[in-house]
Design a protein around this ligand. Structure first.
Ligand SMILES: Cc1cc2nc3c(=O)[nH]c(=O)nc-3n(C[C@H](O)[C@H](O)[C@H](O)COP(=O)(O)OP(=O)(O)OC[C@H]3O[C@@H](n4cnc5c(N)ncnc54)[C@H](O)[C@@H]3O)c2cc1C
Length: 690
C-alpha cells in the first residue's frame, strides 16, 4: 500500500501525468492500485527517499496541483520548502506512471497507439513446447565421461555432439528449466526491459557482483537485472531461451582483425587461430541442426557459403519495404536478417505466428530455436546425457599434474555439496562465469587459477556497443508483424574507411513493446507526460523507424573479470568483479556506423532523424553478448586455450562458450558460439576415442 495518507493528492498528480482524453485517466485505469501493489517492495526505497517527502512538500504548495505547477517543478533542482529535488520527484513519478500506463498487459494505451501483440497467422502445425527431464543431485552418478558446466548455447551443442558420439555426459546447470508460462510475458520484467526484474535466472536476489565503473569507485551489484551485473540469462538454454535469434556468421575479416587493421594502442586486438573457412562447415551445421531461416544469397558482404539456409526467410514487414527503398537510393545492398526461428513448421515444432512479443520472451509456439528445444533434447534422446538443474559448479578439480578430474558442485536449493569425477570437464558457463570458475579453481600448484599461467583468464571481456538512428515518418512504418527485425545491410561490416576500424551490421529492430518505446524511441524534445505526452506516443508509435547494430569491439586487457575476495555469495564463493571501459577505437567506429544509420533513415524518407546513444557511453560492455575471457590461440603465452578450446596446461579441461572469442565480430555472436562448440566438441569426441 502507498505509504502516504493523501491518496487524493497522489491520484490528482497521477491524473495530471496521465489525464483522461479518449482513454481513461491514470486513476480510472488502475494506476493507483498498481502503485499500491509495489510500494512496499520494488518502490520501497523510492517512497522512503523521494516520493513521501515530495508529496508532503507538494501538499504545502499554494495553489492548485496542475500541469503548470508540475512543469515548473520538473525543471527545478531545488525549491524552498522541498527537502528533495522537485526535478527528481517529478522524474520518478513520471517514470512510474509511464510504467503503469504503458507497461501493464492490455493497457488501454496499447489499443490507441496501435500496439497489437498476438498471432498474425496460424502456426501451421500443433504447438508443442519442448520439455526436458531433470535428475536430482542425489541421483547423479559418481563419475561421467564428460561433465559440462552450463546448459546454454555452447553447453547445449557440446552435449549434443558428445552424447551423440557415445560419451556419458552430465550437464550441471545452475538455473532452472523454465516453461513458457514461467518465462511469462511481463513487459516490465523481461530480458529486454528488466525494470522490475527479469524472466529467467538467476533468481532475485542474485549473488552479488562487483562493478568498477570508469574512474571508480567500485560498487556491489545485488540484482542480476541491473545493467552493471551484466547478466545474459541463467536457465536451461542460457541466453538462447529468450534471445532474438539473429543468426549471423562472422565476416572472414572478423577472424583477422589485427592483420587487417594493426593493433591500436592499449588494445589486445589479435587474430583468431582459425579462419572463416575452418569454421564454415560448422556454421552450416549449426544453421541446419538448430534451424535458421534466411536467404543465403541476399547479402553482398559475407563469407563463402557451402549451403543455403534450411528455411526461407520470414516475409518482410512494412518497415523493411520502406528501408529497402532508402537503401537502394544510397546504393546499399540489403537482405533479410537470418533468424533462428521456424519460418515454417520444422523438427516437429510449429512456425512463428509473428506475434510481436519476441526478444526477451519465450516463443508462444516454440518456433524460436534455442538449445533448450533442439540440441539438448537430442542429446538427452541418446540416453547418454543427464541434466541436473539448480546445481552450480564451484570448482574444477585437477590432479597433481594439472589434469582435470571432475567438478565440485553445490545444490543451490539445499546447499548439499558433491564432487563428481569426469574424464573431461567442459566449461560453458558464459564469459563471466567461465572466467570466475577457472579463477576460483586455483590450487597450490596453480595459485592464479586454471589456465592462467599467462594471466589471460578473465581479460579481454567484450560484448557489443550498439549504435543506430531513429526516424520519424509522415506515414506509418510499423505494422506490428513480429519478430520485427526484418531487413539489414552488411555493407558496413568492414567499410568505414578512415573513420574507424572494423564496423558492424545495421538492421531494423524487433517490435518494440510500448514501455520500451516510451523509454527509448521518442525524439529528444517530445513531451513525455500529460495530454501532449499521451498524444505524442499515439502519433509516433507506428511512424517511428529504427535501424541499429552492434559494432565490432576492439578488445582491451583492462576489460576484465577478476575475483572480489571481499564479497561472497551465499555459498561463500568470491564474487565476480567487472572492470574496464570501452576502447576509444570502438567508440570511433560506433560514431561512424551511427552516421551511416542516420543517412539510411534520411534516405528512407524520415522527416526527423536522431541518433542513439548520444553521446556514445564509455562503459564496459559484456552483458548479453559477453565474450573473450578465455580466448583461444596457438601460443600459451597470449591465450587460454588452443584452437579447439583445450585449456593450455590442463589435460581434460576444455572451454566451449563465448569466452573463446578472440574478437566478438561485427554481428551478434551466437551462431559463432554454436559453430565453435560443434568444432571443439568433435575434437574432444575424437580425442577421447583416440
Ligand atoms: C534477450 C537476449 C537477446 C539476444 N539476442 C541474440 C541474437 O539475436 N543473436 C545472437 O547472436 N545472440 C543473442 N543473444 C546473446 C546469446 O544468447 C549469447 O551470446 C549466448 O547465449 C552465449 O552463449 P554461452 O554458451 O557463452 O553462454 P550462455 O548461453 O549464457 O550459457 C551459460 C550457462 O551457464 C550457466 N552457468 C553459469 N555459471 C554456472 C556454474 N558455475 N555452474 C553451472 N551452470 C552455470 C548459466 O546459467 C547459463 O545457462 C541474446 C541474449 C539475450 C539474453
Amino acid at each position: 500500500m502507498i505509504p502516504h495518507r493523501d491518496r487524493a493528492l497522489i491520484g490528482a498528480v497521477l491524473d495530471v501525468l496521465v489525464p483522461a482524453d479518449a482513454e481513461p485517466s491514470a486513476t480510472n485505469a488502475g494506476v493507483l492500485e498498481w502503485l499500491d501493489a509495489r510500494a512496499s517492495t520494488v518502490h520501497a526505497d523510492l517512497w522512503r527517499d523521494v516520493l513521501t517527502s515530495g508529496f508532503d512538500a507538494l501538499a504545502a504548495e499554494p495553489g492548485p496541483v496542475d500541469e503548470r505547477l508540475l512543469r515548473e517543478l520538473e525543471h527545478a533542482s531545488t525549491r524552498e520548502g522541498w527537502p528533495v529535488s522537485p526535478e527528481r520527484f517529478v522524474a520518478a513519478l513520471v517514470r512510474l506512471a509511464a510504467h503503469a500506463w504503458y507497461g501493464r498487459r492490455d493497457s488501454p494505451a496499447w489499443r490507441s497507439m496501435g500496439y497489437a501483440p498476438g498471432p498474425k497467422r496460424t502456426p501451421g502445425a500443433p504447438v508443442r513446447h519442448a520439455t526436458l527431464q531433470r535428475t536430482p543431485l542425489a541421483q547423479v552418478a559418481a563419475s561421467y565421461d564428460v561433465v559440462i558446466v552450463g546448459a546454454g548455447a555452447g553447453g547445449g551443442v557440446a552435449a549434443r555432439v558428445l552424447a551423440g558420439a557415445g560419451a556419458g555426459v552430465l550437464i550441471v546447470e545452475r538455473g532452472r528449466f523454465l516453461s513458457y508460462a514461467e518465462v511469462g510475458r511481463d513487459h516490465l520484467a523481461h530480458h529486454r526491459f528488466p525494470a522490475y526484474g527479469h524472466n529467467t535466472g538467476p533468481d532475485d536476489p542474485a549473488e552479488p557482483r562487483v562493478h568498477v565503473p570508469p574512474g571508480g569507485p567500485e560498487r556491489m551489484v545485488g540484482h542480476a537485472y541491473e545493467p552493471e551485473w551484466h547478466n545474459n540469462a541463467m536457465t536451461v538454454g542460457g541466453g538462447t531461451r529468450v534471445y532474438q535469434g539473429m543468426a549471423w556468421r562472422f565476416h572472414p575479416d572478423d577472424f583477422r582483425m589485427a592483420s587487417r587493421y594493426g593493433v591500436p594502442d592499449g588494445s589486445s586486438l589479435a587474430d583468431w587461430p582459425l579462419t572463416y573457412d575452418d569454421l564454415e562447415p560448422f556454421y552450416a551445421r549449426a544453421e541446419w541442426e538448430l534451424g535458421v531461416c534466411g536467404d543465403g544469397h541476399a547479402h553482398r558482404v559475407q563469407g563463402r557459403r557451402s549451403v543455403d539456409y534450411p528455411m526461407p526467410p520470414l516475409p518482410d514487414n512494412l518497415e523493411a519495404s520502406v528501408l529497402r527503398a532508402g537503401a537502394q537510393a544510397l546504393g546499399l545492398a540489403t537482405g533479410p536478417v537470418p533468424l533462428l526461428i521456424n519460418s515454417r513448421p520444422r523438427d516437429g515444432r510449429a512456425a512463428c505466428v509473428r506475434c510481436g512479443e519476441c526478444i526477451g520472451f519465450a516463443c508462444p509456439t516454440d518456433a524460436k530455436n534455442g538449445t533448450h528445444n533442439t540440441a539438448l533434447p537430442r542429446a538427452m534422446a541418446t540416453g547418454a546425457c543427464t541434466l541436473a538443474t539448480g546445481i552450480r559448479a564451484e570448482r574444477v578439480l585437477v590432479d597433481g599434474a594439472g589434469r582435470a578430474t571432475g567438478v565440485a558442485v553445490v545444490d543451490l536449493a539445499t546447499g548439499a555439496r558433491r564432487e563428481i569425477a569426469a574424464g573431461a570437464v567442459v566449461v560453458c558457463a558464459g564469459a563471466i562465469e567461465t572466467a570466475r570458475l577457472l579463477l576460483a579453481s586455483a590450487t597450490d600448484a596453480h595459485p592464479d587459477g586454471l589456465g592462467n599461467r599467462s594471466g589471460h583468464v578473465g581479460r579481454h571481456l567484450q560484448g557489443h556497443l550498439y549504435v543506430g538512428a531513429f526516424g520519424l515518418f509522415d506515414e506509418p512504418v510499423q505494422d506490428m508483424y513480429g519478430p520485427g527485425v526484418s531487413i539489414a545491410t552488411t555493407d558496413f561490416m568492414h567499410d568505414l574507411g578512415e573513420e574507424g576500424i572494423g564496423g558492424g551490421v545495421l538492421a531494423n529492430e524487433c517490435v518494440k513493446v510500448p514501455a520500451i518505446f516510451w523509454h527509448w524511441a521518442l525524439a529528444p524534445d517530445t513531451p513525455r507526460w500529460g495530454r501532449a505526452g499521451k498524444q505524442a506516443v499515439r502519433e509516433a508509435f507506428l511512424r517511428t523507424g529504427h535501424v541499429f547494430g552492434p559494432i565490432q569491439e576492439i578488445p582491451s586487457p583492462a576489460c576484465r573479470v577478476s575475483l572480489a575476495h571481499h564479497v561472497r555469495d551465499a555459498q561463500g564463493n568470491a564474487a565476480a568483479r567487472l572492470s574496464g571501459e570501452l576502447h576509444p577505437e570502438s567508440a570511433r567506429a560506433g560514431r561512424a556506423l551511427q552516421a551511416r544509420a542516420r543517412q539510411w533513415m534520411q534516405a528512407s524518407g524520415a522527416t526527423r532523424v536522431w541518433c542513439d546513444p548520444e553521446p556514445i557511453p564509455r562503459r564496459l560492455t559484456g552483458g548479453q553478448h559477453q565474450a573473450g575471457t578465455a580466448r583461444m590461440g596457438n601460443d600459451p603465452a597470449t591465450s587460454v586455450t588452443d584452437p579447439y578450446g583445450r585449456v593450455h596446461g590442463h589435460r581434460g579441461l576444455w572451454v566451449m562458450d563465448g569466452s573463446l572469442h578472440v574478437t566478438n565480430g561485427s554481428v551478434n555472436p551466437v551462431l559463432t558460439i554454436f559453430a565453435l562448440a560443434y568444432r571443439c566438441a568433435e575434437e574432444l569426441a575424437r580425442a577421447s576415442v583416440a
